[in-house]
Design a protein around this ligand. Structure first.
Ligand code: JFZ
Length: 445
C-alpha cells in the first residue's frame, strides 16, 4: 500500500469512528423543546389505559400469555372480543371528571394485538367481531373534550414472527428478522401519527436482547421527522433505571422524560418525569381487583406533583367496553377534590420542601402550598428561609391560619377541624417568587 492510500484508509477509519460516536446520541436540534415539555408537565395528571382481548380472561395483559393462559387460547381471544358497550366519550369524560388532562392507551401491548386497523397485520381490531377503530374513536373523543391524546406502543412483540423472541419464555429464536420487524413498527407508528396525531408516545418493551440503543435513537429521530413536537417517554433505549426504579443516567437515556413505575418518583427540579401507577393491582382488568383508597389515590397525585412530576394513573376497562363503576366513582372523587384544590396541583412546581411521610409542597407565583397528610398533628414547623418573608398563612377552602415566627422557625397551628376530610392544603403567601427558593427540609415529620 502506498503512502497516499494509507493516509486515505486511516482517514476513512477515523471518519467511521467519529460517525459511530456521534450516532450514539440524539441530535439536540430535534429533541423535544423545553417549552413543549413544560406544557406537558403543567398538566400533572393523566389516565393510562391497558386494554385488549385479554380482558375476557381477567389476567395480566401480555405477561399472562403462555403462563396463566395457554398461548393458543390467548392468541384466539380476539375472535370473541366484542366490547359493544365501549363508548369513547364516556371514557374521556371519566378522565375529564377526574381532573385528568391527558389520556394514554395501549395501541399494542406485548401480546401484539392492535386496537387500531393496521395495514401491517391481520392481528388487529378489524379481525375481531367488533370491527371498530378504538384508537380512532378515542382520539376523536379526546379532541372533542380537550384532553391530550397519547399512545402506548410496545417495542417487543411476542406475537410477531419477525420479532426474534416471538414465543414468550422460549428465548431467542433464529428465525426472526429484526430489519423486517423494525420496518413494521416504523410503518405502524407512521399510521398512528398520521391518523391520530398523538401528543405523546409512551414506549415500552425495549429491554429484550434484539433491541439496541442505536435502534432506539434511529426510531426517535424517525418519529421526529413525522411530528416535530411529539413527546416521547424514555423507554426507547437500554438505560433501565426507569424500570428498575433507580435514578437514571440521563446522558444515556433515549427519550424526553423519566418513567418511574408503580412508585412516586423522587423530587427532581431539573428533569421531567411521570409516575405510572395502577388504580388497583393489575394493569389490565381483573375481577375484584383491590382498588386503592381515595386517600391513597389523592396522596399519590399530591406527592407526585410535590416531587415535580406527573401521574399517569391506570385503569383496565372490562371486556364489554366499560370501566368498572367503583373505579369511575373513585376517579370522580379525585376530580371533586381537584375542583377545590386544583390550584395547588396544576401548573405548579414541586418543592421547596422535600416531601416526607407527613408533608409535601408545591409552589406557584408568590405562593407555597403545604400539603398535610396527617390531620392528627397539632402543629407544623417550617424552617425560616433567608431573604423570604411569609406574609400570611391560610387554609385552602378554609380560614386564615394561626401561625407565628420564632427562633428561626415558623410554627403553624393545625386546628382540630380542617376543611377537607381527605387532604388539606396550607397556603403560604410570600414576598418573593417561590420558584427561586432552594430546596429545604420541613422540620416536622
Ligand atoms: C411494563 C409492562 O411490561 C407492563 O405490562 C405495563 O405495560 C407497564 C406500564 O410497563 O412494565 C414492566 C416492564 C418491565 C419489567 C417490569 C414491568 N421488568 O423488566 O421487570
Amino acid at each position: 500500500m502506498n503512502a497516499l492510500k494509507q493516509v486515505l484508509v486511516v482517514n476513512l477509519l477515523f471518519l467511521c469512528i467519529l460517525q459511530s460516536v456521534s450516532s450514539q446520541t440524539i441530535d439536540p436540534k430535534i429533541k423535544t423543546s423545553k417549552e413543549v415539555m413544560d406544557d406537558f408537565m403543567d398538566k400533572r395528571f393523566g389516565m393510562f389505559i391497558h386494554w385488549g382481548p385479554v380482558a375476557l380472561r381477567g389476567t395480566e395483559i401480555g405477561w399472562s400469555r403462555n403462563k396463566l393462559v395457554p398461548q393458543a387460547e390467548y392468541d384466539n381471544l380476539y375472535k370473541e372480543f366484542n366490547p359493544v358497550l365501549f363508548d369513547a366519550n364516556a371514557w374521556v369524560l371519566t378522565a375529564k371528571n377526574a381532573g385528568m388532562k391527558y389520556l394514554t392507551i395501549t395501541s399494542k401491548h406485548h401480546d401484539g394485538f392492535c386496537l387500531w386497523p393496521s395495514a401491517y397485520t391481520e392481528y388487529d381490531i378489524m379481525s375481531s367481531p367488533y370491527k371498530k377503530d378504538i384508537i380512532g374513536e378515542l382520539a376523536k373523543a379526546c379532541k372533542k373534550h380537550d384532553i391530550k391524546f397519547c399512545v402506548y406502543f410496545t417495542i417487543l412483540d411476542w406475537h410477531d414472527k419477525n420479532y426474534p423472541i416471538h414465543n414468550d419464555g422460549k428465548g431467542l429464536q433464529t428465525d426472526g428478522n429484526m430489519d423486517a420487524f423494525r420496518d413494521t413498527i416504523k410503518n405502524q407508528l407512521k399510521e398512528i401519527i398520521t391518523k391520530y396525531d398523538p401528543y405523546m408516545l409512551w414506549f415500552d418493551g425495549q429491554w429484550e436482547e434484539p433491541w439496541t440503543d442505536e435502534m432506539g435513537i434511529d426510531l426517535y429521530e424517525y418519529l421526529k421527522t413525522l411530528k416535530k413536537d411529539l413527546i416521547i417517554n424514555n423507554r426507547l433505549g437500554k438505560e433501565m433505571s426507569a424500570i428498575k426504579n433507580m435514578s437514571a443516567d440521563h446522558s444515556k437515556m433515549i427519550g424526553d422524560y423519566d418513567t418511574p413505575e408503580q412508585r412516586v418518583g423522587n423530587l427532581n427540579m431539573d428533569f421531567p418525569w411521570e409516575t405510572c401507577m395502577t388504580i388497583a393491582n393489575q394493569w389490565a382488568w381483573k375481577p375484584n381487583d383491590k382498588v386503592k383508597s381515595l386517600k391513597e389515590c389523592l396522596q399519590t397525585l399530591i406527592k407526585t406533583a410535590s416531587g415535580n412530576g406527573n401521574l399517569l394513573f391506570n385503569v383496565g376497562p372490562m371486556a364489554d367496553g366499560r370501566i368498572e363503576q367503583r373505579q369511575i366513582d373513585l376517579l370522580k372523587q379525585m376530580g371533586d377534590w381537584l375542583k377545590i384544590y386544583g390550584e395547588s396541583i396544576y401548573n405548579t412546581n414541586g418543592g421547596p420542601y422535600i416531601p416526607n411521610k407527613g408533608y409535601s409542597a408545591t409552589r406557584k407565583g408568590n405562593k407555597i402550598y403545604v400539603h398535610i397528610f396527617d390531620d392528627t398533628k397539632t402543629e407544623l414547623l417550617l424552617p425560616a428561609i433567608a431573604g423570604i418573608k411569609i406574609e400570611s398563612m391560610s387554609w385552602m377552602n378554609g380560614k386564615t391560619a394561626d401561625w407565628k415566627e420564632a427562633d428561626g422557625q415558623y410554627k403553624a397551628i393545625i386546628p382540630a377541624q380542617l376543611p377537607d376530610k381527605n387532604s388539606n392544603v396550607l397556603v403560604l403567601q410570600i414576598d418573593k417568587v417561590a420558584m427561586d427558593i432552594p430546596i429545604q427540609k420541613v422540620l416536622s415529620k
